[in-house]
Design a protein around this ligand. Structure first.
Ligand SMILES: *Cc1c(COP(=O)(O)O)cnc(C)c1O
Length: 405
């Protein structure tokens, strides 16, 4: 099936299907007990998603608490430096807490409240998802347990402090490598024991159905806003849109607004130090089909078929798979997935800071770096980049590792 054969007018009615599949990707590969819990969440979600009360409450929260809509900024100095193509950024760095993650955390916490749950649970690696969920939990008066490996707790002290100040309970996970994967396992275990009282809030368009769909829907506010704003600002649609892909939530948020438009769509994965397995986290570019964390997608595997160790300079992108909808859009050819390496990313980090007065997250710097390359290849036109988050969290690390450029 090719893009032209797919009717994107009805795309959101058909994908995912009732079992959570985007083509052959997605689904819910979990125990029967957990399946029952996921079915309850799906049912509740479909009820509130059609409820005017819930929709208007979420709209009010986005406006009055998150500071939405976030603006689009024209990068005039960077565009002029690169040539004749005009670059624009959707400013998710100006969303409360400094990244797009709050878009789905507020939705998930509102759903938890509606379902009468007392607590939200999640894992976190770098701490960004933990901080966003702790913020949502404080807002709604929910308890919040964040599972985090002891290695990450040491590395990410400021985010651990933020979560604690916000009233979250940071649960240290000490077994195995004591990083993200162990934290996911521990959080899932805790959830199975207590699923009647709590909700597991996944950090991206990942995990078993209904999470890839739900997180996409909550993040689609980015694309809906951006499409309208861009039309108002320029009178036309962008020629290309670009977003970085870790799990893929900020990218799906932007892309979902433009799937049915004559717009080129690019997802950017981290090439890290190079193409050797273990030196990057470009799962869609170099991976193969496989099941992990309850869903079928494209993933990087080691020689035993297990999730391979991955690396990226951006801790928010270093995951051995991507959301199932990205795998689907990849196979359809509707979205092109490509890579940039650490070096190009750090260069973009400094370039955007110096020329535009915006310090981007290292994750978002991947999208900026790719757009800069694309701008040089295109003769004219416009590119809209999703600036998924601000770079305050990365400043010390960048200066220590790369120095001031
Ligand atoms: C977590 C994070 C990402 C990666 O997550 P996606 O689900 O791929 O969007 C990208 N940018 C920022 C700023 C993040 O915090």
């Amino acid at each position: 099936m090719k893009f032209n054969e797919l009717d994107f007018d009805t795309y959101f009615k058909n994908y995912p299907d009732a079992d959570g599949f985007f083509g052959k990707y997605g689904g819910a590969y979990i125990s029967d007990e957990l399946k029952k819990a996921m079915e309850d969440i799906t049912k509740a979600y479909f009820t509130i998603a059609k409820s005017s009360k819930f929709i208007s409450e979420l709209r009010r929260i986005r406006k009055e608490f998150q500071g939405r809509p976030t603006p689009i900024s024209h990068l005039e100095r960077l565009s002029a430096k690169l040539g004749d193509v005009q670059l624009y950024v959707k400013r998710e760095d100006l969303n409360h807490t400094g990244a797009h993650k709050l878009n789905h955390c507020m939705g998930e916490a509102l759903l938890a409240k509606y379902m009468g749950k007392k607590k939200v649970i999640a894992e976190t690696g770098a701490g960004q998802h933990g901080v966003a969920l702790a913020t949502a939990a404080a807002y709604f008066g929910l308890e919040c347990d964040i599972y985090m490996g002891s290695v990450d707790i040491k590395k990410q002290a400021p985010n651990v402090a933020r979560m604690k100040i916000l009233g979250a309970n940071v649960v240290e996970v000490t077994h195995g490598l004591a990083t993200l994967k162990e934290a996911v396992d521990a959080a899932f275990e805790a959830y199975i024991k207590d699923y009647k009282n709590c909700i597991y809030c996944i950090g991206s368009v990942l995990g078993p159905h209904p999470f890839p769909m739900m997180v996409r829907d909550f993040q689609s506010v980015i694309g809906i806003e951006a499409r309208e704003q861009f039309l108002n600002m320029t009178g036309e649609l962008p020629d290309a849109i670009v977003a970085c892909v870790g799990g893929g939530s900020n990218a799906m948020g932007l892309f979902s607004g433009f799937l049915n438009d004559p717009v080129e769509i690019y997802g950017v994965e981290p090439l890290g130090r190079g193409t050797t397995l273990g030196d990057h986290a470009a799962s869609l570019k170099y991976g193969t089909e496989g099941i992990m964390h309850g869903f079928n997608s494209i993933m990087l595997k080691d020689e035993n078929g297990e999730p391979a160790p991955v690396y990226s300079v951006a801790s928010g992108l270093d995951y051995p798979s991507s959301g199932p909808e990205h795998a689907f859009l990849h196979d359809l050819g509707r979205v092109k997935y490509d890579v940039v390496n650490d070096e190009e990313t750090i260069d973009a980090f400094f370039t955007l800071s110096r020329l535009e007065g915006i310090i981007p997250a290292i994750e978002s710097s991947h999208a900026v770096a790719y757009a800069m390359k694309l701008a040089k290849k295109m003769e004219r036109g416009s590119i809209l980049i999703n600036l998924s988050g601000r770079g305050d969290k990365d400043m010390d690390y960048v200066i220590e590792k790369f120095g001031i450029r």
